[in-house]
Each structure stands twice: as C-alpha cells, then as structure tokens.
Design a protein around this ligand. Structure first.
Ligand SMILES: Nc1ncnc2c1ncn2[C@@H]1O[C@H](COP(=O)(O)OP(=O)(O)O)[C@@H](O)[C@H]1O
Ligand SMILES: [Mg+2]
Length: 277
C-alpha cells in the first residue's frame, strides 16, 4: 500500500520556486520569508485568514509588486520578476483578475486577442484565423460561448472563461486566481471548479486563493497555508476536512484532529524554521 506522501509525491523539478521571499508595506510584513515550490500540472489551494498575505504573494508572482527580499527560480534557474510583462512572457504566469480587464462592447474573439491581434503580412487584421482559434479555445474549455458573442452579454462566470481562454491562447503555464468565486453566482461555482480541473487536464498549474474551503478541498492537489505572512505548512489534499483547514489557518499544528495521519505528511515550514528541501 502506498503511504499518503508517496501517493502525492510531486515530480522532481518545480516549475516555479519561491525562496525566502518577503514584502513589507511600511511597518506591515505582508509576506514573510516564504518558501514554496510549485509543480507542473497541479492545483495549489492557497488559504489563510484575511490579511494573511495571499493577494500580496500573488502580486509578487505577477510582478505587480516587487519582493523586498528573496529569490524566485523558474525551472530551477534564478529569475527576477520585475514587471507584469516579464511575469507573463518569461515565466508564463497569468493572473485572472476579479475586475476583468476585458472590453464589454467587443466580441469574445476580439477580447481573446485584445492587444495581441494576429495580422496578415504584418498589417491586415487576420479576423478569420482569430475567430477560428477563439472557437478552438472555447471548445477546449468545454464552453458554449461563441466567438461572436458580445462580451458584455455574458455572465460573470462566462467572462472568466474568456479571461482564462487568453491564458490558453498565449500558452501560459501558471494561472493565478484570487477569490474567483466572488464575481459569480453560487449556482456557477461548480462551473468554475470544473474549469480549474479542465485547466489542469490541459497541463496547466493553477494557484487558487479562496475563502471557500469546500472549493479548495474539491480541486486542490496541495493546500498551502499562510498565517500572518508566513507559510505555515503545505499539506496534500487527501481526505482533509474543512475543520482541519480552519485549524491550520489559525496556526494549529497539533494532531488532535481526525486526519492526523494526513497532517503528518504536511511539510511544516514555520515549526522547522523555514528550511528548504
Ligand atoms: N498596497 C498595500 N499597502 C499597504 N498595506 C497593504 C497593501 N496591500 C496589502 N497590505 C497589507 O498587507 C497584509 C496582507 O494583505 P493581503 O495580501 O491583501 O492579505 P490577504 O489577501 O491574505 O487577505 C495586510 O495587513 C494588508 O493590510
Ligand atoms: Mg486577498
């Protein structure tokens, strides 16, 4: 029989590694010497209480904010993340913002190619190919949206599909989602979770921030827990309960809960002084 740690052992080389990364805002230490490895084709649930530093950590990955301290490795090689453009093009990271940066009065295919139009002979907009590629991407995401639909006529969840479609179209490897269910109706949450699974099936890595712990349990391969800016632990998502996630979010490390054998497989970072592998 396999042990929990064997069954969830990730592949050897991380796609992206965060090493001793910190970010301060004046007197506030929003992210505090975080070490985290992110592997190809996995879903990482990132959880923590309000103000734990989840959004700030993502902002360091997208290049929206710059880390004060620490390093990033991309496929094992040190990289700097100094701008959103660098994060997108060099590290292939795409953030799905809640305030979707899309144009409601343009069609779906125009939004998919917004700012990155395909051109024939360098100047004529290649509408035919863009429509065709838009249709292909929507099909890969199992969506009923049509390329010619007006973006503004779509629901919040459907607009998120278009934003994610851009990540597929431009071949991003890591897709970051910060509370994606906040913008959609409860009935559509399952669609969003299915989209996360579809992204993984397409080979993508997803980092999902959500306060909806049941959603994290439904799709994450591993759960990373931030407590007051520090990475408290990373735990494989195997038969975990909401109660144990809450326990971890508030700094719990004891084994007084039902899934203690699974928590034993967690990589405790704070307790072991933030050591790496
Ligand atoms: N731009 C900012 N300026 C000042 N303080 C900030 C800024 N962004 C975040 N913070 C602070 O950093 C801490 C972490 O915030 P945040 O990353 O938004 O947490 P989370 O997303 O986990 O709720 C909080 O104390 C928050 O007030
Ligand atoms: Mg946040």
């Amino acid at each position: 029989m396999m042990t929990a740690s064997e069954a969830t052992a990730p592949p050897a080389t991380p796609l992206l590694s965060v090493r001793g990364v910190s970010k301060h805002f004046g007197p506030v230490t929003a992210v505090d010497k975080v070490d985290l490895d992110i592997y190809p084709q996995e879903v990482v649930g990132l959880i923590g209480d309000n103000g734990a530093g989840k959004s700030t950590l993502l902002s360091l990955l997208t290049g929206y904010n710059r880390a004060d301290q620490g390093t990033f490795l991309y496929k094992g090689a040190p990289v700097s993340i100094t701008s959103p453009r660098e994060s997108r093009n060099k590290l292939r990271i795409e953030m799905i913002y809640q305030q979707l940066q899309l144009a409601p009065d343009l069609t779906v295919w125009e939004n998919l190619f917004l700012g990155e139009e395909l051109r024939l002979w360098g100047f004529v907009s290649d509408r035919r190919t863009m429509r065709k590629r838009a249709a292909e991407v929507l099909e890969r995401l199992h969506s009923k949206i049509r390329p010619n639909d007006l973006l503004g006529s779509l629901s919040g969840g459907e607009q998120q599909v278009v934003a994610i479609g851009r990540a597929i179209l431009f071949d991003r490897d890591v897709i970051l989602m910060d509370e994606p269910t906040a913008a959609i109706s409860a009935a559509k949450v399952e669609d969003l979770l299915q989209l996360v699974r579809d992204l993984k099936a397409l080979g993508k890595t997803v980092i999902l921030v959500s306060h909806r712990l049941e959603d994290i349990l439904a799709v994450a391969d591993r759960v990373a827990v931030l407590v007051l800016g520090k990475l408290h632990c990373v735990v494989p998502n195997r038969e975990l309960s909401i109660a144990s996630l809450v326990h971890l979010m508030f700094g719990g490390t004891t084994q007084s809960i039902a899934d203690e054998h699974l928590l034993a497989a967690a990589r405790w970072q704070v307790r072991r002084g933030g050591e790496g592998e």
